[in-house]
Design a protein around this ligand. Sequence first.
Ligand code: A2P
Length: 282
Amino acid sequence: MTEQRPVTDTAARPVPTLPDAQTVTAVQHYTDKLFSFRVTRPASLRFRSGEFVMIGLMGDPHPETGKQKPLLRAYSIASPAWDDELEFYSIKVENGPLTSKLQHIQPGDQIILRPKPVGTLVHDALLPGKRLYMFATGTGFAPFASLLREPETYERFEEVIVTHTCRDVAELTYGANLIADLKQDEMMIELLGQEALDKIRYYPTTTREKSDKMGRITTLIENGDLFTDLGVPPLNAQDDRAMVCGSLAFNKDIAALMEAAGLHEGANSEPGEFVIEKAFVG
Ligand code: A2P
């Protein structure tokens, strides 16, 4: 009997035909608005956990010339730097030029990936500290999916507090599953160590659908609930560091709260106490 090779098998991979083509190896849908997918990683691609790249598909042919142009958007790489594939977490926007098409990809399909990683949600842009906060809304969880699987995160911090705020409970699934799996997966336990995984404090909240913890994280910082619930001191520039990823309005509001607590924004060229990146919005 001959064995049927899965489409993800190296030998069965189609020869890339697009410029910078990578092959989709897995796709998972969470809600009608959210999905994640994995693609092959170019052998030469080096990146730091937390960075983003431009990815996309070929656009529709021009009605007169028939020419096609790549349709690219910035996406945080959700997989860690050591992984031999790349993972992405995406919103589906009904009329979004890219995501209305991207949401239909299947294993074996190709996407375009420009191999030039950049970004500020990286350890290099943060000064050493005791406690690392990851503040995410919606698909802003993606860079943290990378950083949570990165050993350096636990080497640098004693505590890693991950907050994720979404409208509904189902929108928390990708992050909730990732953290639950991380704590159970033997390979991850071996790679990161049990002590490292015990540093993770996961704090999911919803703003529309009823759940155990409701409210915008900005409100829960302002009224002190976040700190009381976790039993940690209020934000302070000596011990606390933060990485922020969400909508423009969210980033702006969190930045104001960080600054009010005495934390300064960092960059690759000048590390600081918090860093910010806008989540991909469709
Ligand atoms: P809310 O439901 O109160 O708007 P969105 O889907 O609009 O990107 O929002 C994702 C999550 O982020 C929602 O729970 C939303 O809460 C929350 N959010 C949006 N804007 C802000 C903000 N400026 N500050 C804090 N949370 C925000």
